[in-house]
Design a protein around this ligand. Structure first.
Ligand code: NAG
Ligand code: NAG
Ligand code: NAG
Ligand code: NAG
Ligand code: NAG
Ligand code: NAG
Ligand code: NAG
Ligand code: NAG
Ligand code: NAG
Ligand code: NAG
Ligand code: NAG
Ligand code: NAG
Length: 540
């Protein structure tokens, strides 16, 4: 298999620009040609991926990763798509001379140095995609000038220093993904003023407290994930119960103290992780939103009893209160309103508390796992039917799934061009050449993907304008975060090969975040796009 490596701007140009313009001999704005020269000059390109960046005109001679449009009768570079090209070196400040740039994509390379402050001059920028590099230095305040910015992805770098207050000016930004860096200082309280902010991911940094109470005024916030920072001395602001749009709050291992506020008023809350803190007092008893799938309060110092209102949560997948100081009875009604059909399951982890009694008839249904190890109730009842629930266990949802092998019943496909069976095809044993797509859900609102796989397939195919049988989720695996890493295969519809414009369309839609998955799946990131034998078609 050959990972995407072709010169697909060729096709984009052919598709998007009237051929006439090229024929008229139009050429790229000269300052932009210079800018591309400077950008190449400060990159290291050991695999010669930018070999053709000195041949003819960037926009009309098919330079790798350069996409152009005609704006005000002149050819301008609008996208730099240099996703996973084995590039290192630095990002030249001259990038700011690309005055009509909308997408700056250097994801999954090895760029070093800092993000140049001149980037703040490119007022047209919509997507800054620099995740998965080795960038260091501070975040420039000037990014706050980018009034059209929709998405800032700088996760998985080594960026230092504070989150600039100027980000409050990003009128159009929806996604701030800054996890896995070395950001420090407070989360600026001004961020609540970003009117469209949906996803704020700052987990795995070195941020300190307090958590901004003002964030509660954020008008659109759905996901706030800040695990593995040190908000020492800070408690969870009670005002967070006012974030009506909040779907996920994840503050694991943040050195938080104090009581858990009553979050029952957040009607969309689907995922709450407050584990590995120093939270004290009782668990609030009011009924949480019916959408909740995951509730992890483990490894705190909570006391009192397990609230009766944990029953009647129809979407619950995981309730963990492991390693606290809870006493009283083991609740026996939690699963009552859950329809456990198909591959639906529920894990209830009560290990290492002080639960002393259990109802006489304690009979959890199949697919409900109850963990009681480390509670006095286990010692009290030797030989009782609950003994099997008293063994030490770790929460072990189905963590991965491998491909089913259909080749056993079908005769082999032709071996040229990477033909494969489409396991979902309505025509049995139909050989076709798939595209491979590695994606990762960065902050999903679920703990068990199994019951959601159907919904994921339905929405992904409908957003990509494919039939449901054109998608095969080959395998998935949960990674730390938790994040869900998946490999998808996209098959042509009842023919063996996609045509090239379809290949380009799919790549562009996925890499440009032109689709939005349902909220429950959270943000996704593209890890790879495997062209396989289509690479020949694309690089002619
Ligand atoms: C660019 O690609 C198009 C379409 O594949 C091709 O016709 C054209 O000759 C290429 N131009 C250059 C300069 O390589
Ligand atoms: C990047 O380098 C790896 C390892 O050398 C290689 O397998 C891959 O094909 C390269 N990709 C590109 C686009 O150069
Ligand atoms: C980046 O560098 C690291 C080690 O220096 C290497 O393992 C990795 O493959 C490189 N990645 C890319 C995309 O070049
Ligand atoms: C570009 O940005 C730099 C630094 O932010 C600034 O000094 C310079 O004036 C800007 N240039 C233009 C042409 O706006
Ligand atoms: C983020 O950082 C955490 C803690 O260092 C690490 O366990 C995790 O693998 C990192 N995640 C990614 C996607 O790099
Ligand atoms: C984290 O921030 C503290 C100050 O808040 C600093 O002393 C410490 O060195 C930082 N740690 C890392 C790993 O950057
Ligand atoms: C967290 O911060 C506090 C106060 O700055 C410090 O005393 C403590 O050692 C830090 N904890 C960790 C795990 O870094
Ligand atoms: C719950 O989730 C569903 C989809 O999973 C969504 O349609 C609905 O709006 C959510 N909110 C409530 C309050 O049910
Ligand atoms: C359960 O929640 C409802 C609604 O918030 C509340 O009225 C009731 O008192 C709660 N029950 C218990 C036992 O706390
Ligand atoms: C829970 O712990 C707090 C101290 O953190 C204590 O004041 C309170 O009395 C305890 N409550 C129960 C029910 O044990
Ligand atoms: C749930 O139980 C059903 C039978 O009641 C079984 O077929 C299914 O495999 C179980 N699912 C899981 C995930 O355990
Ligand atoms: C693409 O990413 C997926 C998910 O991480 C992985 O399983 C697959 O092996 C990757 N493919 C290539 C060609 O790197």
């Amino acid at each position: 298999m050959v990972t995407f490596g072709g010169i697909f701007c060729v096709v984009i140009l052919a598709v998007m620009l009237p051929c006439l313009d090229v024929a008229l001999g139009q050429s790229t704005d000269p300052s932009e040609v210079d800018a591309l020269g400077a950008i190449k000059g400060s990159l290291l390109d050991p695999m010669n991926n930018l070999e053709n960046w000195n041949r003819g005109d960037p926009c009309t001679s098919n330079w790798t990763g350069v996409f152009c449009h005609i704006i005000n009768d002149a050819l301008h570079v609008t996208e730099l798509q240099l996703f996973k090209r084995n590039l290192s070196g630095t990002l030249a400040p001259e990038v700011s001379l690309l005055s009509q740039l909308k997408t700056l994509d250097f994801m999954w390379n090895n760029l070093t140095g800092s993000i140049p402050k001149e980037i703040g001059n490119i007022t047209t920028l919509k997507l800054i995609l620099l995740n998965g590099n080795q960038l260091s230095g501070f975040l420039p305040d000037e990014i706050g000038n980018l009034q059209n910015l929709n998405r800032l992805q700088i996760d998985q770098n080594q960026i230092l220093g504070p989150i600039p207050k100027s980000f409050a000016n990003l009128r159009h930004v929806k996604h701030l993904h800054m996890n896995n860096n070395s950001l420090s200082g407070k989360i600026p309280s001004e961020l609540w003023r970003i009117p469209l902010l949906l996803h704020l991911l700052v987990d795995n940094n070195n941020l300190s407290g307090p958590l901004p109470t003002e964030l509660a005024k954020a008008p659109a916030l759905k996901i706030f994930q800040a695990d593995n920072n040190n908000f020492s001395g800070s408690s969870i602001p009670a005002t967070y119960s006012n974030i009506k749009t909040l779907l996920k709050l994840s503050l694991r291992n943040c050195n938080l103290q104090g009581a858990i506020p009553d979050l029952s008023a957040i009607s969309e809350l689907g995922y709450l992780d407050l584990s590995w803190n120093k939270l004290t007092g009782p668990i609030p008893t009011n009924q949480l939103a019916s959408n909740i799938t995951t509730l992890d309060l483990s490894h705190n110092m909570l006391n009192g009893t397990v609230p009766l209102n944990f029953s009647g949560l129809p979407n619950l997948q995981l309730l963990s209160v492991e390693n606290n100081r809870l006493d009283g009875a083991v609740p026996s009604e939690i699963w009552n309103d859950i329809v456990l059909t198909g591959n639906r399951s529920l894990v209830l982890d009560f290990q290492n508390n002080s639960l002393k009694t259990i109802p006489a008839a304690f009979n959890p249904p199949q697919n409900v796992t109850v963990m009681l190890y480390g509670n006095p109730v286990c010692g009290n009842s030797s030989g009782a039917p609950i003994d099997s629930l008293c063994q030490p266990q770790s929460v072990n949802q189905q963590t991965s799934r491998q491909q089913q092998d259909s080749s056993l019943i079908c005769s082999p496909c032709p071996s040229d061009k990477n033909y494969e069976y489409n396991p979902s095809s309505p025509i049995p044993c139909f050989c076709a050449v798939p595209l491979g797509v590695g994606i990762r859900l960065k902050s999903p609102g679920i703990t068990d993907f199994n019951p959601y796989e159907g919904a994921f397939g339905d929405s992904t195919t409908s957003l990509l304008k494919l039939y449901i049988y054109q998608l095969h989720v080959e395998h998935y695996i949960w990674e730390v975060g938790p994040r869900l890493n998946m490999h998808l295969k996209l098959f042509p519809s009842n023919t063996s090969l996609f045509n090239m414009s379809e290949v380009v369309r799919l790549q562009h839609v996925l890499a440009g975040w032109e689709i939005t998955l349902p909220d429950i799946f959270g943000p996704y990131e593209l890890l790879n796009f495997t062209l396989g034998s289509y690479v020949d078609g694309i690089s002619k």
